[in-house]
Unconditional design. Structure first.
Length: 107
C-alpha cells in the first residue's frame, strides 16, 4: 500500500458523486435569472389578462423558467389577487398560473 506524501495527494481522487455534484453546480451557474418587469410592463400584462377575461378571448402567457421560458395559450377565467394567481382555461382543462411567474402576456 502506498503512503501519501502530503494531505493534498488525497484530493486527487474523485468519486462519481463528486463529479455529478460538480456538473450540477456548473449547470446551476448557467441558469438564467428572472427579468425584472417595470410598472409599464405589469400594466400591459394586466390589460391583456383583463381583456381575455372580459371578452372570453385566448391569450398567450409567457412563464419564466431558469432553463427555458414556457408559453401557454388559453382564456382567463378568474384572477385571484390575494393568492396572486390566474385561472386559465386551456382547451377543456383549467390551470392556476402564478402571476409572479408571468413575464409577458399577448393577445
Amino acid at each position: 500500500m502506498k503512503k501519501f506524501d502530503s494531505i493534498f495527494d488525497c484530493s486527487r481522487m474523485m468519486t462519481p458523486e463528486h463529479k455529478r455534484r460538480i456538473i450540477q453546480d456548473e449547470e446551476k451557474q448557467c441558469l438564467r435569472s428572472k427579468p425584472v418587469l417595470d410598472a409599464q410592463e405589469w400594466e400591459l400584462i394586466d390589460q391583456v389578462l383583463a381583456y381575455s377575461k372580459r371578452y372570453n378571448e385566448q391569450i398567450t402567457i409567457t412563464l419564466f423558467d431558469p432553463e427555458q421560458d414556457h408559453k401557454i395559450r388559453g382564456v382567463v377565467m378568474s384572477v385571484d389577487l390575494q393568492l396572486r394567481q390566474v385561472k386559465l382555461q386551456i382547451e377543456y382543462e383549467y390551470d392556476w398560473i402564478k402571476i409572479d411567474d408571468v413575464i409577458q402576456a399577448t393577445t
